[in-house]
Design a protein around this ligand. Structure first.
Ligand SMILES: [Mn+2]
Length: 172
C-alpha cells in the first residue's frame, strides 16, 4: 500500500495524522510538495517529499523516483510540468524515468488519469481542497497483479463517495 498526500500548506496535523495511521502498514508515504516546512523538519522522517512552488527551502528535490510494491513512481509537485494545462510533460518524464506511475500535487484536486500510458495521480490537498470536492483528502494506491486500485480518503480515513478507481496495469 502506497499513501500519497500533497499541499499541506503549513498544516502539520494532517501529515502527522496520516503518518501515524500508516507508519506500520504503508510501504511508502509520499508528499507531493507545498508543505511550507523546512526540508530538515523531523516531520519528514518516513515520508518521501518533493519541493512545491510554495516551498522556499531548496533542500527538497524537485522530483524523485521511488520504488515500492513492485512499481516505480515518479513524484513531483507539478508546477514545472504545466500540469494545469496538460499531463503530457509529466507522463513523458515519468516514462523517461521508467516509471509507469506519476504522482503530483499543485492543483489541490483529485485526479486519476492514464496519460500516454502513465497512471497520473493527484491526491488532492490535505489542507486546501479546490474544485468539485471540498474535502481535505489524500489517496491510497494498492497494486495488484493486474490493476491499480486508487481510493481517496478524508482526514478521518473514510473513503470519499465517487473517488474510488481501478485502472488496468498496462506497462508493468
Ligand atoms: Mn499548493
Amino acid at each position: 500500500m502506497i499513501i500519497i498526500m500533497s499541499d499541506s500548506h503549513g498544516e502539520s496535523e494532517a501529515i502527522d495524522n496520516i503518518k501515524t495511521k500508516y507508519q506500520h502498514d504503508a510501504s511508502l508515504i509520499i508528499h507531493c510538495g507545498d508543505s511550507e516546512f523546512p526540508a530538515t523538519d523531523p516531520i519528514w522522517q518516513g515520508v518521501s517529499v518533493v519541493r512545491g512552488n510554495c516551498d522556499f527551502d531548496n533542500g527538497f528535490p524537485e522530483s524523485t523516483v521511488l520504488t515500492a510494491d513492485g512499481i516505480s513512481i515518479f513524484a513531483t509537485h507539478g508546477h514545472l510540468y504545466n500540469v494545469g494545462f496538460t499531463l503530457s510533460h509529466l507522463a513523458q518524464t515519468a516514462t523517461e524515468n521508467h516509471c509507469p506511475v506519476a504522482t503530483f500535487g499543485h492543483l489541490h484536486t483529485p485526479i486519476v488519469r492514464v496519460e500516454e500510458g502513465v497512471l497520473c495521480i493527484n491526491p488532492g490537498s490535505v489542507a486546501q481542497p479546490r474544485g468539485q470536492y471540498q474535502t481535505k483528502m489524500y489517496a491510497k494506491l494498492e497494486v495488484t497483479p493486474d490493476t491499480y486500485v486508487i481510493t481517496y480518503l478524508d482526514l478521518a480515513h473514510q473513503p470519499i463517495d465517487g473517488l474510488a478507481f481501478e485502472v488496468p496495469r498496462v506497462n508493468k
